[in-house]
Each structure stands twice: as C-alpha cells, then as structure tokens.
Design a protein around this ligand. Structure first.
Ligand SMILES: Cc1cc2nc3c(=O)[nH]c(=O)nc-3n(C[C@H](O)[C@H](O)[C@H](O)COP(=O)(O)OP(=O)(O)OC[C@H]3O[C@@H](n4cnc5c(N)ncnc54)[C@H](O)[C@@H]3O)c2cc1C
Length: 474
C-alpha cells in the first residue's frame, strides 16, 4: 500500500541549525488532528510555533493509503452529527461527505441470520437530544435484559409487567418520536420483524441478549455516520497547508526538560542519524497518554500526573478490508453492513467509493485483535472471510484482495481506538489528565471531556488547549 497523505517538509541537519538559539512560543509534539488543530490556532493568533512529528507523514491515527488506485482509510473515518468542529473542517476544506450505503443490514444473532426488513427512516439525522434519548433507552433496555437474565425470581415476580407489548415500553421509556422509531426498527430487525406483537419479556430474553445493542445501532445507521469522499487525508492536508514549513517530520521527541518559564524539547531523527533540541516558552504534548508516559521528563512529572497517565490504557483494534471487483452485495439490496454475535469480525461496513472495487471493512477488536495480531495475515484473512460467509453466504469466497492494519503494532500509536480508563479514573480525576505541569500542556482525543476518543474530541482539545497557552503567553 502506498501512502496517499502528502508528506510535509523534513528537517535536515543543515536547516536544524536555523533553530539553534531560537525560542519558539510553543513546540507542539505530534501532527495528528489535535496537534495540527492546536498549531493552526496558535499560529493564527500570531504565535511562533513548530510541530514535531515522529512519523514520515502527518495525520496520526488518520491515514489514507492508496492501493492500486483506490483510497483506503486505515484509521479514523466516520464523522457523526454533533461533531461540529469536524463538520466545520469539512466545509473549510471543500470536501463532501457520504453516508452509509443504502440497503438492508444483516444481523447474525443466536445462530440465525436476519435481514433487516424495517430499517429506520434515515431521511433525517438524529439531533443531539434525540441521540441522547436513544442512548438512555438503550441503557435502560440493556440493564433490564441483564436483570431478566441474572435474576430469575425477579423476572418471575414481574411476569405480567414483562408481558406488556414492546411498543408500549418503548413509548414510556424514550421521549422523542425519532428515537422511538429508530429503537423499534432495529429491535424489529432482530426479532424477525415481529416488533409490533412481541412482548417486552420476549424481546429482552430471546432477541437482544446475544447481540451487542450498540453494534446494532451503529450498523443500522441510527447514529448517522458520514465519511469524507476521496479520503480523510484531505482534511489533514488542509490543516497542514496553513502551517507551511512549521511541521517537521521524522522528529522523535524523547525528552522534555521543563520549568515554569519554558522547556527544551529533545529529539532524535527517525533514521537515528542526528539529534536536536528546540527551546520554547511552552510545549503541547498531543500523544495519547500511554505514549506521553514514555517520554522522559526532567524533572519527572509529579506522581498524581503519572498516575492518571498510567491508569489510562489503550484498546486494541485491527482494521481490515476485503476488496472485490465490484460491490456485488448491492445488487441483492444489501448495504454491506452486518452485526454478529459470533465470529472474529462482528461489524462490517461498505466503504466503496462511487466507482472502483467493492470494499467491505470490518474490525478485529479487543481480545480477538490481541490474539489475531500474533497470527499471520493469511490467518486473519481466512477469519474475516469465514465471519462474512456465516452472514452473507459462500459468495464472499470469490476472488478478492485482503488488507489490514494493526494499530497496536504501530510504535507511534500502540493501541486504539479509544482509551480504557481504570475504574474511577474518569469520574474522580479524569479532568486532571488535561492539567498542565509547569510549561507542559497536554491535548488529544483522550484528554477531553466531550467526544473523548473521537476525531472531534482531538480537534476540540487541541484548539482549546491552544487558547489556554495563548492566554498564558500574553
Ligand atoms: C482504526 C481506527 C478507527 C477509528 N475510527 C474513528 C472514527 O470512525 N471516527 C472518529 O471520530 N474517530 C475514530 N478513531 C479515533 C481517531 O482517529 C482518534 O481519536 C484521533 O485521530 C486522535 O487524534 P490525536 O491527534 O489526539 O492523536 P494521534 O492521531 O495519535 O496523534 C499523535 C501524533 O503524535 C505522533 N507521535 C507519537 N509519538 C511521538 C514522539 N515520540 N515524538 C513525536 N511525535 C510522536 C504520532 O505519530 C501522531 O501523529 C479511530 C481510530 C482508529 C485507530
């Protein structure tokens, strides 16, 4: 696979000399969305900024690769309603968004495969209030399903209440008609279209227990995801274009010497041929917490700071793709989306462009990803194809190409896509994650209270911390 994102300028030993003696207002560590958004914000406010990026490309956990003329998004891809900063970027970059492929979704649940006959009305996006309503409803439903399963005597004592029509429960527990409609339609698809007649008890015990409810809503389009036509690298390039030669690639930050008045950021060149240092009044570290912890800090970070970084570990995801000459499933009225309660790959999306090959994308996640990352690519390909065959049928075995990307094996990411907070970390001292220490500030998708783990969170966090730094610099 060839990288589509345009590499920015590289710093060489000769132009490194230009920086000796120069004191920047701010060094930004990392050229992902958070780092680029922060640097654009600071330089737009007249501050002297430099961005140091370890890789030979910008974008971090967003990467568009070109495979035989087709753009493949190996990292972050989907933009949701309410992700306002991302929508602003899309508009500013002049690119277009496309929604999930139309058509029926397939659901594998408790040994059966169901074709969604009652897909939610996708003519409008859910508003944030409707989304919150849907989320509340899902939470209540899941808790109830767990109670019915774990507490048989409670279920027996409440048998007549559990016998009420599912529709009545939905109306009583979800407030907005749009959320009620999406909720009922997805449940209808897993109860073989019988939602009108099915009882609450039956819906809880026989249809949803085996299936991850969140996945069902994700693949149903209920969350109204959109992706950038032609690739996310266009948004990355749009940000980087505002920074000219202020982005330095191949600069691995290894150590930060710091005090109240400023910092010295030490780097090694990726090819090991040279090292350098950058002095600045502030530094903004935009590495995920598990990587920020690996830098050397002199003096060391206070123990409270190390503790919050330590208690924030990475997830594990392998993003995988099966490419066919055409998106053949569309001819069968299928969207290419599936949700399964079994198999190595449990959720898929059709991410084909308007012309070109048919591309089925899916994830190996969590323990499955950890185990699969130790296997060969051929084994992962077989596992993906078997998961697809169990839902779409033997047609998936026709000649195809297979690609995947293991983010945990990438030394400048080492895990994704969202952090796992240890119990109590977020609720008790999560906000401490974004607290500065001396002149060191932190930003990125893991450090933000809203849209944590998403592209939107990364951009917001970068911009907001840049404003804090700008105010401090005066
Ligand atoms: C497979 C996958 C799918 C995803 N899907 C979605 C999605 O659909 N929608 C969504 O909203 N989000 C998604 N995400 C999450 C989203 O991509 C991230 O939240 C976001 O890109 C993080 O941006 P960031 O700038 O905070 O961090 P990063 O993008 O991780 O940026 C950190 C940067 O620091 C650099 N770096 C690391 N170490 C050093 C060092 N020592 N010195 C210098 N530089 C260093 C890295 O190379 C990187 O460029 C997905 C992520 C993955 C991996």
């Amino acid at each position: 696979m060839r990288q589509a994102a345009k590499p920015g300028p590289r710093v060489s030993a000769s132009n490194l000399a230009r920086y000796i003696g120069r004191v920047f207002d701010c060094v930004v560590v990392g050229a992902g969305f958070a780092g680029l958004a922060a640097a654009v914000e600071l330089s737009g406010r007249g501050k002297d900024v430099v961005v140091l990026e370890a890789r030979d490309r910008i974008g971090g956990r967003v990467a568009t690769y070109e495979h035989e003329g087709t753009m493949i998004e190996v990292g972050g891809q989907w933009i949701s309603p309410g992700h306002d900063s991302m929508h602003e970027l899309v508009e500013a970059a002049g690119v277009e968004l496309i929604g999930p492929q139309e058509g029926a979704l397939l659901i594998r649940s408790q040994g059966g495969v169901y074709r969604s006959s009652a897909a939610p009305d996708r003519s409008h996006a859910l508003t944030p209030f409707e989304m919150a309503d849907l989320g509340q409803g899902m939470l209540r439903f899941r808790r109830l399903a767990q109670r019915v399963e774990s507490d048989r005597s409670w279920a027996a004592a409440n048998a007549s209440w559990l016998g009420q029509p599912l529709g009545r429960w939905v109306k009583a527990n979800l407030r907005t008609p749009a959320a009620q409609q999406d909720f009922s339609a997805v449940l209808a698809s897993v109860s073989d279209g019988m939602a009108g007649d099915v009882s609450l008890g039956r819906a809880l015990t026989t249809t949803v227990q085996g299936t991850d409810l969140e996945s069902l809503f994700a693949v149903s389009g209920g969350l109204k995801l959109r992706r950038v036509m032609g690739g996310m690298h266009q948004l990355v390039d749009h940000l980087a274009a505002k920074l000219d030669d202020r982005v330095k690639l191949g600069q691995i930050v290894t150590r930060i010497d710091h005090g109240p008045d400023g910092v010295t950021v030490c780097t090694e060149a990726a090819d090991g041929t040279s090292s350098g240092s950058y002095r600045a009044r502030r530094v903004l570290v935009t590495l995920p917490p598990w990587l920020a912890l690996r830098l050397e800090y002199n003096p060391p970070l206070p123990s409270w700071r190390e503790e919050v970084l330590h208690r924030n570990t990475a997830g594990h995801v392998i993003k995988a793709f099966v490419l066919y000459p055409t998106p053949w499933w569309r001819e069968q009225g299928l969207s290419g989306q599936m949700s399964a309660d079994e198999g190595s790959v449990r959720v898929t999306f059709d991410i084909s462009e308007q012309s070109g090959p048919g591309i089925m994308m899916g994830f190996f996640e969590g323990a499955e990803a950890a185990s699969m990352s130790k296997r060969s690519r051929t084994i992962r390909e077989l596992a993906f194809i078997d998961s697809l065959a169990a839902v779409f049928g033997e047609e998936v075995r026709q000649p195809h190409d297979y690609l995947d990307y293991d983010w945990a094996a990438d030394k400048y990411t080492r895990g994704c896509h969202t952090p796992h907070f240890a119990p109590g970390v977020w609720s008790v001292n999560g906000q401490l994650l974004a607290e500065p220490v001396d002149a060191i500030h932190f930003a990125g998708s893991e450090y933000v209270g809203k849209n944590n783990g998403y592209l939107e969170g990364a951009v917001r966090s970068g911009r907001e911390e840049a404003k804090v730094i700008w105010r401090e610099l005066g």
